[in-house]
Design a protein around this ligand. Structure first.
Ligand SMILES: Cc1cc2nc3c(=O)[nH]c(=O)nc-3n(C[C@H](O)[C@H](O)[C@H](O)COP(=O)(O)OP(=O)(O)OC[C@H]3O[C@@H](n4cnc5c(N)ncnc54)[C@H](O)[C@@H]3O)c2cc1C
Length: 471
């Protein structure tokens, strides 16, 4: 790099964390501006909003109705496997995708649908492995997707499938990303709410924000990366009023953490398909699980106003004051999932979370990857409909940033490919001292659970896994 540029990343859910890490590794000086503040000393408030309830590192297996989403997710899963350390899985093994018997009985061939999706995944993985042997992160293409004879301890099963999809622990994801941001030397400014961004005559950006002490601050950046989830559309449109987005759906969803007073013998996620027949049991450890039942979880779906790009007023209200049906829907989820998962018989709800999912279609069976937007030269926007695409999108947004630096004469064109490859290399090349101590690792993760407003019990890993942290 001929001249070190200053880049500002706005928002640090998983998209912003990855953008900040990738840009730093590429040699840029990076300032992160994040609205939230840490509640635990010595931590950064990362992934405290939508990213605090994510439990599945998808591989496309959950989209049997949409081959393109399946392929996108598998690409994301390969990139994530090369980036994140084993710790994020907290001892969980591969998720079980389950076709429901009751759905078959009602005349929907969900087993056949899953089987043909397995063919899509196998073929796509084989192609990726052929393109680059380093993509063979799950082993032999013929072995990565297979039907299994049974899923013990689950009711209403017509067929089970084992695929590269894997459950993870969002608190451990934050723990890893916090460490990596520190390794990269990112200037992290928490409690900083960005209020305006303007492109100056010299092509650089004036970023104005309210700082943690309430003062009005600003910084001039060579480039900016907008990673503020739904708020990014409005910010991007203000920077470039000619920018157009696809029709965007914002779906209000509810997801729960529950306790497991009788434990569980499943150290994997059960993703039982589909809609009223379906429900996810995602044990985070033996004490706690995330659960989801689509008809109870899907509260509302609103199309974003294409002109203002504003967040719907009702959502702002529900996210702060709660939705009147939150409790009823939580009970509905738990009651329905008890039909499938016996370990929930005595479970109680630890927390119900309202979140907004983004998509370009109304149908939750079809998931469109929105990709990365070049808003203006030197300004990108990354909105992730799926956590699973985080590393792929970070690489794509860095490519745009590097191309802009090449145009400005700050980076040699010949450097770009090497910088891109280095920017998404594995985390934990330098391992934290606490990685080898169960107690210290759990203490670190507990601090993030507090920041993320999720039950502290999430900080525990499956028994017997505490020592199995590898890089
Ligand atoms: C119920 C539900 C379950 C899901 N489960 C999965 C799953 O299992 N697997 C999967 O792949 N995906 C899942 N997703 C999708 C996943 O949650 C998102 O793709 C991902 O978390 C989005 O991350 P993000 O960084 O874009 O946004 P966020 O995590 O929301 O981060 C945005 C950040 O921007 C900050 N911010 C906002 N405004 C400002 C401002 N003005 N100034 C400064 N900072 C600001 C916020 O504080 C926040 O930290 C799920 C979504 C929902 C709704």
């Amino acid at each position: 790099m001929k001249r070190t540029e200053l880049h500002v990343v706005v928002g640090v859910g998983v998209a912003g964390c990855l953008a900040a890490i990738a840009r730093s590794r590429a040699g840029y000086a990076v300032i992160v501006l994040e609205r939230e503040r840490a509640r635990s000393a010595g931590t950064y408030p990362v992934c405290t909003q939508t990213s605090n309830i994510v439990s599945e590192n998808h591989s496309g297996a959950e989209y049997p109705f949409d081959p393109q989403s399946a392929r996108d997710c598998l690409d994301g899963r390969i990139a994530n496997d090369r980036f994140f350390p084993e710790l994020i899985y907290s001892g969980k093994t591969y998720s079980r995708i389950i076709a429901s018997q009751s759905m078959m009985n009602d005349g929907h061939d969900i087993v056949g649908q899953c089987r043909s999706n397995m063919d899509v995944l196998r073929a796509h993985y084989a192609q990726r492995c052929q393109e680059d042997p380093a993509n063979a992160v799950f082993g032999e293409p013929s072995a990565i997707c297979r039907e299994i004879p049974d899923v013990p301890g689950v009711r209403d099963v017509a067929a089970g499938f084992l695929t590269p999809q894997r459950g993870m622990n969002p608190v451990l994801v934050s723990t890893v990303l916090d460490w990596e941001l520190r390794q990269c030397g990112v200037d992290f400014r928490e409690g900083s709410t960005v209020t305006a961004i303007d492109r100056r005559a010299d092509g650089r950006y004036l970023v104005e924000y309210t700082a943690a002490d309430g003062s009005a601050e600003s910084v001039i950046a060579d480039q900016v990366s907008l990673c503020v989830a739904t708020a990014a559309f409005g910010m991007a449109r203000r920077l470039n009023p000619t920018l157009t987005f696809p029709r965007l759906f914002m779906a209000l969803r509810e997801i729960l953490y529950v306790d497991l007073p009788d434990g569980t013998d499943k150290n994997f996620t059960c993703l039982k398909l589909e809609d009223s027949y379906g429900g996810m049991l995602s044990p985070i450890n033996e004490h706690c699980a995330m659960i989801y039942h689509p008809p109870a979880a899907h509260i509302m779906n609103i199309v974003m106003d294409p002109e203002t790009c504003e967040f719907p007023d009702e959502y702002t209200h529900y996210l702060t004051a709660g939705h009147p049906e939150t409790e009823k829907r939580a009970e509905w989820t738990l009651t329905r999932l008890r039909d499938f998962y016996p370990e929930l018989a005595r479970s109680e709800i630890l927390g119900a979370y309202l979140k907004v999912a983004i998509n370009t279609v109304a149908d939750s069976r079809v998931r469109r990857n929105i990709g990365v937007f070049g808003v203006q030269p030197g300004a990108t926007m990354t909105v992730l409909p799926k956590w699973a695409m985080c590393v792929v999108n970070a690489r794509n947004e860095l490519r745009l940033a590097l191309e802009h630096s090449v145009a400005n004469g700050n980076v040699e064109a010949g450097e770009v490919d090497e910088l891109l490859a280095a920017s998404v290399r594995s985390c934990w090349e330098t391992r934290p001292a606490w990685a080898d101590s169960d107690e210290a690792c759990t203490a670190q993760a507990t601090k993030h659970a507090i920041n993320m407003n999720v039950p502290e019990v999430l900080a525990l890993r499956f028994a017997g896994q505490n020592r199995a942290i590898s890089g």
